[in-house]
Design a protein around this ligand. Sequence first.
Ligand code: SF4
Ligand code: SF4
Length: 343
Amino acid sequence: MLYKVLEKNGYRDFVKSLISGFEFIGPVKKDRAVHDFKVIKDFKELDTAYIRTTIPPAKKILFPPDEELVCYEIGENIDVKPVVESGEKILFAINAWDINGMNFLDRVFTTDFIDDNYKAKRDKLIVIGMDTEPAETNFSPSVGAEFATGGFDLYMHDIGDRYFIRVATARGDGLLKRYAVVKDAERNDFKEYDRYMDNYRGRFKLDVDIKSFYDDFEVIYDKKEFWENAAKDCYSCGSCNLVCPTCFCFNVKDDMELNLKKGEKTREWDSCMIPDYGLVAGGHNFRPTKENRLKQRYRCKLKTFKEKYDRYACVGCGRCIEACLANINIAEDINSVKKEVSA
Ligand code: SF4
Ligand code: SF4
């Protein structure tokens, strides 16, 4: 890792040259409370001061909600062609917990098998991180996701009259050399950065007892009343999955032309919280009730992947808490486990 410093008066020119040189995706204000990552053509559109988080999360760039995977033509032979779309892009001002969300998806899409579509996009995505203000629903430090140690090219920390930049890749270093006027960080820059980080960590107010949940999950697994109560108001709408930066379930469907000669396979985001998710041929549903589904969602996020990859499938962003019309709150549910087990 290299450490550089960019004076604030050089920031605008740096970003403007990135906007004119690349497909540049950054946070844009959508309404009073929500920002979204969009392609930006003009510096004025960029709004990095988002307090609440972006919806949908940046995973949409790597794993689009609706994506063609394969096209085929049926003649004498069957001609099948993979469709892999990717191009160099800059993703600017994504925060640490969302970078960690992408890092989790990297594991999912490149560990047991390589998902060519995902990997092609990820390899070409230049990631420039920037801290944002956590919402009151954010519990990233409890799951170790408030700071990113990798998964980006550059990470810019605002330390007052300058940015302290962590340079993680040669690609990031090349960008600075070409488009910015920076200098090597010196002792007083590091000191300022340390002060900044102490303050940054103090801004997260919500704490969840994740260890207790992890240890006690199997104890409460069969406590029907606990799960019925936790899921009683759930509408099975799936919003919590759609806004989540780490949810990756998808469905693949065939779209064939009426002449039955040509078609394509596309994948779409799916949701483990909707009743059809567990429905299989013959009409059996493995998770027929909302309490089954909520319990499975929590197990997947907070147990299964911790065991498989040694990281939670939750970065504590709080989006699902804000998106849920039934006020189902993953942070409260995690914290209620200890109480339930010791009751
Ligand atoms: S927990 Fe909330 S957001 Fe998720 S499916 Fe139920 S009602 Fe929808
Ligand atoms: S489960 Fe909720 S808090 Fe955790 S990463 Fe997904 S949306 Fe964020």
